[in-house]
Structure formats: structure tokens, C-alpha cells
Design a protein around this ligand. Sequence first.
Ligand SMILES: [Zn+2]
Length: 360
Amino acid sequence: MVKKVFLYFILFTGIILSQKLPENIIILIGDGMGLDYVTANIVSDKDNPFVKFTSIGLSLTSSAKNLITDSGAGATALSTGYRSYNHAIGVDTLQKPLLNLLELAERSGKNSGVIATGSVTDATPASFLAHVADRQYETEIARQTYYGDADVVIGGGRSFFSSAGKGGRQIETIDYIDSMKNRGYNYFEDLKNLRNIKPDKPLFILLENKGLKPAGERDYGLADMVSAALNYFTLSKKGFVLMVEGSQIDWAAHDNKTSQMLKEIDDFTEAVNTALDFAGKNKNTLVIVTSDHETGGGSLNGGNLDGTDLDIEFNTTGHTAGMVGIFAKGPGEENFRCIMPNNYIARKLFRLLDPGYKFH
Ligand SMILES: [Zn+2]
């Protein structure tokens, strides 16, 4: 018996040690991006990134207590490896904080970052930056983001960091934007003049007071935001974990607006291409694309073979329990070739960062 256990131990550690571990991980989350929406992108966009991935799986997106998740529990599963209750942000079902992927990266001496086209205090990015009992506590999420270890934060949500006197949501005496400037952070409010970046100080780019303008109405794309982060990490040279969210795919799907949703997915997929280009030059980079859940119950009901005039019919203005895709490429990609509960995506990423990491 002891011999057998020993043999299994050797085999198990052998498998773990023989795995190539990534130096960098980029996880891109298309919020609400169901499989029919991915299909629409594949048939209509010759430069779509999805066909470039070499390991594909499917994620079951339920939360701990509900078949249909919200973005809080969905992102908490992806950031911590644990399913929690709807509206939870980085906490378990008893509201206790859970270590997240970015915190694990920092613990391993790497850089970490979060990018979103919504406010960075919204549910998905918040689950990688903070620990609160409910997603609505956005000023507290901003506070924890300021005091946290993330090196790169790019997106909307400036008002949650600034004081009431300046039109923000924090109380009069607190202004985290002033504090960032005073502490010598790389702080910017646009992407045009990113000069003199100091890689030993965090990079915060807060582009709007709340969410960004919709895709197609901005003079920059999510890909430009990702490039800014990758430039910072290249200067810093520590290795990194970066989460990128295409936040407004979900918003357009909630509104059942097909053409805007497809624009948001185009904006998102350009960012995926930027990540894949970086990984092409930096082979120790794992790129993984998934969604926190499907939104809209949309099915691709009509259109032309060349991808023009696509018609998506929605059957809800909420989320559904439909499985979403997992697309992986890079060291460790073989872990994602199966159907798995959403939280196992994070568990596998944790183990790729720290092979000995134990979940309770
Ligand atoms: Zn949603």
C-alpha cells in the first residue's frame, strides 16, 4: 500500500514537473460572450483569433447557489477557483476573502494587471482586484484597488476613486487620484501621452468617470489598452498575470442589440489578437480566452455564408446557463481541453503559477 501511494506520488509530481509552466498569463474574458456570438465572429471576420487557438474546452458557468450566474460570482469563480453566491466579489459563500489569481502572481514575484471597457470597479474586474460582499460597493472596491498590489489598472471608473468635491463618489477628504499622483504613480486619463513610464510604480489609466464609450465611438480600442499594459510589463521584466475584460459585449446583449454586440466582440477580438501577437514573440506566455456566462440567449438565426447580414435572435434580456468556450494557447494549454466548471479554469491557472498550491 505504502509503495503504491509512493508510486502515485512520484507519477503525480512527475506530471506536474514535466509540465512547462508559463512565465506570463493573459486571461481575456468576453463578458456574456456565448458560443453563437463567437460563431458570428468566426464567420464574419477573417482575422478572428478563435481559430488560432490550439486547445479548446467548454465552461459550465453556474454559481454556488444558482444555475444562472451573475458577473460577480462568474468572475469570482474565474479569479479565485471557488464558486460563490451571485453578486459576490472575491469572497466565498460565507463572505470570507479568497486569494485571487493576481494576488498569487504578486506573491510569486510577478506583476499583475486588470483592464476593462467598463468601470474597473464593475463586477468582473473587481473580482480580480478586491474582496467585498456585494458588487454594488464600488467605492470600497476602488479603495481596495488603490491599496492593493495590482501594477496595471486600465479602464473606466475614475469617479469611484475621486472625492465628492471633485464630482467623485469618495467622501470629501479622500481622493485616491491625488494620492496616486502624490506617490509618483504612472497616472493617466488617456492613452495618447504615455511617456516616462516608471516600471517600479503602478500604471493607472482611468479613461472615463464610469464605463468607456461603446466600441466604435472611441478613438482607441481595447487592443490599445492591452498594448499599454504589455509595454509596461515588457519594461518591468518580472513576468505577469493580466486579466482583460470586453465588458460591454454583455451590455449590448442585455439590450438585445445585435450590431453593437458584434462591434464589441470585434473590439475584444482585436485585443485577443494583440495578446496572441505578444505570445508569438514571448513563447512563455499562456493566452486564454473565455466568458463568465452567456447573455441574451442569442442564436445565430440567419445571414449569409460570407458573414454579412447576420441575424441574432435573443430570447432574454438576462443571462443564461449555456456553456461558453475556453480557448487556450501557450505553455499549459493542454489543461483546458475538456468540459469543466468555471472555477476549475482558475484552479488550473493557480497550479500553473504555483504547482504546489492547495485548495481547501
Ligand atoms: Zn450581464
